[in-house]
Design a protein around this ligand. Sequence first.
Ligand code: ADP
Length: 497
Amino acid sequence: MTGWLRTWLNGEGEGAAEPPEASLRELRAAKDAAEAANEAKTRFLASVAHEIRSPLNAIYGYAQLIERGEGKDALGAARVIRRSAEHLAHLVEGLLDIAQVEGGALKLTREAIRFPEFLEQLLAMMELQAQAKGLALVLERPERLPEYVHADPKRLRQVLINLLANAIKFTDHGQITLKVDYRNELATFCVIDTGIGIAPEDASRIFAPFERARGAAADRPGVGLGLAITQALVHIMGGEIRLASTPGEGSRFTVRLMLSQPLSPPADPVPPPGAVTGYVGRERWVLLIDDDAAHCAVVRGLLEPLGFQVSSANDGATGLALAAQVQPDLVLCDVALGAENGWDVAAALRSRHGAALRIVMLSGETARPPTPDGPADDTFVTKPFAFEVLLEVIAEQLGIEWVRAAGEPRTAPAAPPAPALHVGVPLVVVPLVVRHCAEIERLVRIGHVRGLEAEIEAIAALAPETGPLVDRMRAALDSFDLKALSNLAKMVRDDAA
Ligand code: ADP
């Protein structure tokens, strides 16, 4: 801002040179915009203060009651305190995001991402959360999607996760669909739910910070920053976000973004490892100690399919009793166990079971508290965690090696004819393999990659003689050549007919 402009805006313009008429108009517009921004900032800060005050009051009030020994229900009080603290932590995270976006400090990266794989991973991240509420989570995508697009993967993921997490949160029955289309470099993502819906009068309001729909939605946890951040990110990426909803029936959030395709595939993409499907060695027992039943369900849902025996306890005493009973190899213990402190439980476990028992502490806090007498636990993981992170820690603690779905080769071999089913496959097994192939064709149509992986592995287990066929199917899936995979499945069916 030039010196005379500042003076003029401050109304101290006596004697200053008169700016020309057009500049005056521009200056007035700039001044109006600055005033509006200032007002918005004041309103925003008032909302922040309001949002901080209620959880803070709860923490302050309950803490004083406990201190005076007047709290009748100390466990209940501790729960309120923990929830309030969690609410504050989310608030701080959201505010930091908003500050970064609004302050223009957010710099987008532009990377060539493997588009279908990116979508699959996204769905895999949300799958257990949906499962825990009994909701189906479906990816609907055209058969042909570009293998690579340019995008900022972190921010695109943040946008879609925010929308999917909301869809799960505000839906009690039915299905969440992520529908993806791509035409002329324009990617359209629709997150569709069959949830409580949004009233027309709330539809534009909820995109503003701290605004939440009234009525049934208000009871669900949240601070009202997710959509504001999502919208800001979409705008920074040069896209648009729209909402269509019918109360009682569901909502559809549509995000449109230009995602260009690289002219040539990036050189030497590092092949990501295949998904973990199990581990080598004897069966291991894992004990979860967490008072959040939903979190237990999520971790159990991750570990059981990998071949772990999982027991869970929702408080320290039950955890200690179960540990004595099942002698687990590993304990995953939440730090905030209602009124109890997870560190105390870990110390008791360590003194009873010695160093052979591996203990991993899970906590919503980012910093590990100092433990002067030496930590009772073996390691510490911050919640929320990516499953890959937890798996890495588990492998390290238990010294186990993962079995992964085939990760290599990443390119589908060019076309010698598909191996035929009649080579060595027992006749009784043929109809079963054919059924799996039909399922593969169906799953290709809806782009359900995890399902495809499972079907291919099922064929491998059913008929080891089909090794070469299975290898080609895995290769096609690894390179996301779903058309080739579908062709292979169809050839097998034709061959068996
Ligand atoms: P939060 O989820 O933390 O409340 P958001 O900014 O993400 O904050 O969402 C703001 C509000 O928009 C929510 O409180 C809810 O009222 C409404 N909302 C968002 N997504 C949905 C959805 N899929 N179904 C119904 N209501 C929704």
